[in-house]
Design a protein around this ligand. Structure first.
Ligand SMILES: C[S@@+](CC[C@H](N)C(=O)[O-])C[C@H]1O[C@@H](n2cnc3c(N)ncnc32)[C@H](O)[C@@H]1O
Length: 237
């Protein structure tokens, strides 16, 4: 491996500095939410900022809920890969049709335990399961999902193996319902893929490869929403 390759990139902040995103975020913050949920989410946002835990933040959280809600009554099985402290799991749980469940996977047991506590305080313990372990081991034993959100492409999670980003895409695809929606965070990899070379980090090379695969996959209609660090939204075509 070249000595110029780095495996770890800086954490992408929750909040963008783009004035358009700030405006959209301010509306999202002002939108009505049950008080207890808003309080828990705000506390999680603060904890994540203080402890440098990479969570999607308010704007992308609302976006996940909105996009996952679009299929309406068919949003019953949601997979959240990369729980951290449960922030995205809570937003996704808000999209569930009655009787639906979110399965959220986290490799770090301490984070998973914190997630379970936050999820309980938000009132969603009855519809979110937090599984502890490596998604590459756990997902093959799960069924199909109507919505899958992948959020593990940051900070050394893929070690020194850039092919893992493409492998996770393939794994998610094999567990997506034929009408399902796949969302993947960090398509820009902290802007490291924007110059088209992505040679400065292992992770950026992996994400760049995954981006090319998904954009050329004729089984999906897909697009990167250029919000925050880039959110892939892909629907089986
Ligand atoms: C970016 S954070 C997830 C943030 C979360 N989606 C949110 O917005 O609230 C990624 C998480 O994935 C976990 N992770 C990394 N590799 C993993 C793997 N192979 N399987 C399961 N979890 C993994 C990390 O420990 C980390 O907590």
């Amino acid at each position: 491996m070249s000595s110029s390759l780095r495996g770890s990139l800086p954490i992408v902040p929750q909040d963008s500095t783009d004035p358009r995103e700030l405006y959209a975020t301010s509306l999202a913050r002002a939108a009505a939410l049950p008080a207890v949920i808003d309080e828990v989410l705000r506390e999680m946002e603060d904890v994540a900022r203080e402890e440098q835990i990479p969570v999607v933040g308010r704007l992308e959280g609302v976006m996940l809920q909105t996009l996952a809600s679009l299929p309406g009554p068919s949003t019953r099985r949601i997979l959240d890969i990369g729980t951290a402290i449960g922030y995205s799991a809570i937003w996704l749980a808000r999209a569930l049709a009655p009787g639906g469940r979110v399965t959220s996977i986290e490799i770090d047991p301490v984070r998973a335990a914190r997630a379970a506590r936050f999820i309980e305080r938000a009132g969603y313990a009855d519809r979110v399961d937090v599984l502890v372990g490596d998604a590459f081991d756990i997902v093959p034993g799960l069924g199909e999902f109507d919505v899958i959100f992948q959020d593990v492409m940051k900070h050394r999670y893929f070690g020194d193996d850039p092919s893992k980003a493409a492998a996770l895409l393939k794994l998610s695809k094999s567990h997506l319902d034929p009408q399902g929606v796949l969302m993947i965070d960090n398509a820009f990899c902290g802007n490291h893929v924007l110059d088209g070379t992505a040679t400065d980090s292992i992770e950026a090379r992996g994400v760049q490869t995954m981006n090319e695969l998904l954009s050329q996959d004729t089984d999906f209609v897909s697009v990167i929403l250029p919000v925050r660090d880039g959110l892939w939204v892909a629907h089986r075509s």
